[in-house]
Design a protein. Structure first.
Length: 330
């Protein structure tokens, strides 16, 4: 909705929410629009779910139109549709805002803050008090999260490319190879993982879906190519099939956990393919097929003596070799 139309809509709301309502002539003259535009205004209000009804006043030929009184909350100079939230909805919004730490210092983060501030102005007083109270419940962990200050243009350009299904040319510094290259990609989705912001995109050179860390995009400019969405790509399935972020390099592992860790392992889902086997001593075997061989190896090693990799044998040898190197360094 363009600015002029939005202003007209707000003026129409003001007229229709008066006790005497407004005739079509009142609306046309005040808004300086045609009778046909008045009809479009009513249609817009109907689309927004705002109930407008006609009423015939005594000794008047023209009907007067009103917004249902029970649907209104009065502001200092304007009646607006009643805006109420259930406690569950309030809690959900607070949780979403609290989880936006990844956008701290970015334009998106500022938009989230201003949106929540505006929201507080359009809710009843009791709801505003509830929001303030619930803010004390949810806090966000910032240690380990990545800093995206200065990446506003990158995020904005990626967002526009995703919405328009067009390409973007990025200069990317790869972490493991420590090399920088410029590639043209078709951005598909942004997603958060472990305090970081990542991008699914089609690398146009080989038409394969890749994952890019947003903070490692050093330069970006809009591309000129249309990028159709790949029909065989399921982003949620791809995320759920990878142990962390490496998609591909699948591996089937069996890991035995001590009784002290078994309860922790049972409390979470680690793979769609996982099977659990309990032992009499309270220990547990976890078997799963997942992507990301290196991620799985690092995860197993993070448990120390509480986890033993049983299969596959070659991955077990890799861990043994790494442990020998660590011990020799001591």
């Amino acid at each position: 909705m363009r600015g002029k139309n939005l202003i007209q809509l707000i003026k129409a709301l003001s007229l229709l929410s008066r006790p005497q309502g407004a005739t079509r002539k009142d609306l046309a003259e005040t808004l300086q629009i045609t009778d046909r535009s008045v009809s479009r205004c009513f249609k817009t209000l109907e689309t927004l779910g705002i109930p407008v009804y006609p009423e015939t006043a005594p000794y008047e030929k023209e009907k007067r139109w009103h917004i249902e009184a029970s649907y209104l909350d009065r502001l200092p100079n304007l009646n607006l549709p009643r805006f109420s939230l259930t406690q569950s909805e309030i809690i959900s919004l607070c949780m979403m805002a609290g989880e936006s730490v990844v956008f701290g210092g970015t334009e998106i983060g500022r938009h989230i803050d201003t949106a929540m501030a505006k929201l507080r102005h359009f809710v009843p007083e009791e709801t505003r008090i509830e929001i303030a109270r619930l803010k004390r419940i949810f806090i966000s962990k910032t240690i380990g999260s990545k800093n995206y200050a200065g990446k506003g243009q990158v995020i904005e350009t990626l967002t526009e490319s995703i919405l328009n299904r067009t390409s973007a040319v990025i200069t990317y510094h790869a972490f493991y190879t420590n090399k920088t290259s410029t590639v043209e990609v078709g951005p598909l989705h942004l997603f958060e993982n472990d305090g970081g912001l990542y991008l699914f995109a089609v690398k146009l050179k080989d038409n394969a879906v890749r994952t890019y860390a947003v903070e490692r995009i050093t330069r970006i400019r809009p591309g000129t190519k249309d990028v159709p969405y790949p029909g065989d790509f399921d982003p949620e399935d791809t995320l759920n099939s990878a142990f962390d972020l490496i998609h591909g390099d699948p591996v089937t592992v069996t890991i035995r956990f001590t009784p002290s860790e078994a309860r922790y392992i049972k409390a979470r889902t680690w793979s769609k393919t996982q099977t659990l086997k309990d032992h009499h001593d309270g220990s547990l075997n976890l078997t799963m097929t997942t992507s990301g061989r290196r991620d799985v190896k690092r995860w197993v090693m993070s448990f120390g003596k509480e986890a033993e990799l049983l299969e596959p044998e070659e991955l077990k040898r890799e861990i043994e070799e790494e442990l020998k190197i660590i011990l020799n360094k001591g």
